[in-house]
Design a protein around this ligand. Structure first.
Ligand SMILES: Cc1cc2nc3c(=O)[nH]c(=O)nc-3n(C[C@H](O)[C@H](O)[C@H](O)COP(=O)(O)OP(=O)(O)OC[C@H]3O[C@@H](n4cnc5c(N)ncnc54)[C@H](O)[C@@H]3O)c2cc1C
Length: 385
């Protein structure tokens, strides 16, 4: 039987970052299991790649404060690119309630050490982007070190570094069960045989609930479809633009390749493993796009290039990190609720710390543990895009 110090269940960006951080910390016998024939076929390959520190809860801001410099120095550290583009995130408020929310967040972010965030007046936004319809914009917030990465490149970089330093990746291998004895996790059962280990990490993304159930753990992670629409080449709006977020309805967009990538979270979407793209979404999103950016009325879109993927939602929109309360050796890195790419670096560090030393300095890990749901310690984050 194969043995491993740590087995990682799922080879998306989160599993890959944990493999990297474990290996970088000196753990040599790390095995990553991925049921697909290639990594990135889960949510990672469907992501918009946005990275930001403009959040409202301190624990998430802390995770971003680790992530952004990490992505900025990714190539230097790992020797592989992640295509970090610090073009910023610009939140545009159209009412005083949203502006007050941005101001309160700004104060928290600055207090926690975020340097490049600032509040902006409506007039400044209108001057920065005269092509936005700005008549109802009362102000906003902008952080120049927020931006985008290429999620697949980042995932590939993490895993390549980990492999270069001793980790093993086994593709087309499905986790089918988790063995337990009196000490906790004892084996990982797979479609290709058993692996003896005392430590297994659930990195199964939107499928994490079923993997947790294999260890007898009830994990409140639910799949929720999200759709993205890329445009064809379009040069009537600047390609240096940040991610621009219309807070009146949640529509947001960023430059991508020679065009733009459009996103909007349909409030009518329901939970479930739906990964088909709904063609009716194109008109819904283009209506919102043209409303905020009048020249987007001419934006060329080929619906065949649009796609759908899954967010992994938790009841409080915060990830679930750390060892499962009743199963020693079973670790969770799940439920990123739409932010798993930007929070993969911190998650890798936190999980590596918890697995190897039982503690971490990066955050107060009890805030994100699974027990918070049973104990009524949920966190509320409303800045979910
Ligand atoms: C449309 C869209 C836009 C997004 N935009 C952003 C964004 O702008 N910024 C951001 O930070 N995040 C964004 N996200 C969220 C982000 O993509 C995810 O949170 C992140 O990719 C989760 O990574 P993961 O490794 O946990 O999961 P995944 O990438 O889904 O990887 C999980 C892996 O586990 C494997 N697996 C599952 N079950 C088993 C099993 N039994 N055995 C073996 N392998 C198994 C799967 O095949 C999969 O490869 C977006 C998501 C979507 C869908």
């Amino acid at each position: 039987m194969q043995t491993a110090d740590v087995v990682i269940l799922g080879g998306g960006i989160v599993g890959s970052s944990i493999a990297y951080h474990l290996t970088a910390a000196g753990c040599r016998n790390v095995v990553v299991l991925e049921r697909e024939s290639a990594q990135g076929k889960g949510s990672t390959g469907k992501s918009m790649g946005g990275v930001r520190a403009q959040f409202s809860t301190p624990v998430i801001i802390q995770m971003s404060l680790y992530a952004i410099p990490f992505y900025a120095s990714f190539e230097e550290r790992l020797g592989y690119p992640c295509d970090y583009r610090p073009q910023g995130y610009l939140f545009c408020a159209t009412n005083d309630r949203h502006m007050a929310y941005l101001r309160a967040n700004y104060e928290k972010q600055v207090a926690m050490g975020l340097k490049n965030v600032r509040l902006v007046e409506g007039d400044e936004i209108r001057a920065m982007f005269p092509l936005l319809r700005g008549d109802d914009i009362v102000g906003g917030s902008f952080c120049s070190t927020d931006g985008f990465v290429d999620p697949t490149s980042a995932m590939n970089g993490f895993i390549a570094w980990a492999r270069d330093h001793g980790a093993t990746v086994r593709k087309s291998v499905t986790v089918t069960g988790l063995g337990r004895d009196a000490q906790g996790i004892s084996t990982v059962e797979t479609s290709a045989g058993s692996i003896s280990t005392r430590k297994a990490v659930n990195c199964a993304g939107a499928w994490a609930r079923s993997v947790a159930a294999m260890a007898g753990v009830d994990l409140p992670v639910e799949p929720l479809r999200r759709m993205l629409v890329p445009s064809e080449p379009f040069d009537q709006f600047p390609h240096t633009a940040p991610m621009i977020v219309d807070m009146s309805n949640g529509f947001h967009f960023r430059p991508e390749s020679r065009g733009f990538l459009l996103a909007w979270n349909d409030p009518e979407e329901t939970l479930g493993f739906k990964t088909d793209f709904d063609p009716a979404f194109v008109e819904k999103i283009l209506t919102r796009a043209a409303d905020r950016v009048p020249c987007f009325a001419d934006l060329p879109v080929n619906p065949k290039r649009a796609w759908a993927g899954l967010y992994e939602m938790t009841p409080d929109h915060h990830p679930i990190l750390g060892e499962a309360p009743e199963v020693p050796g079973f670790f969770l890195a799940n439920g990123f609720s739409g932010h798993g790419v930007m929070h993969a670096p911190a998650t890798g560090k936190i999980l590596s710390d918890l697995i190897l030393t039982g503690k971490t300095d990066l955050i107060d890990a009890t805030l994100l543990d699974l027990a918070r749901f049973a104990e009524g310690r949920l966190i509320h984050e409303t800045a979910v895009l």
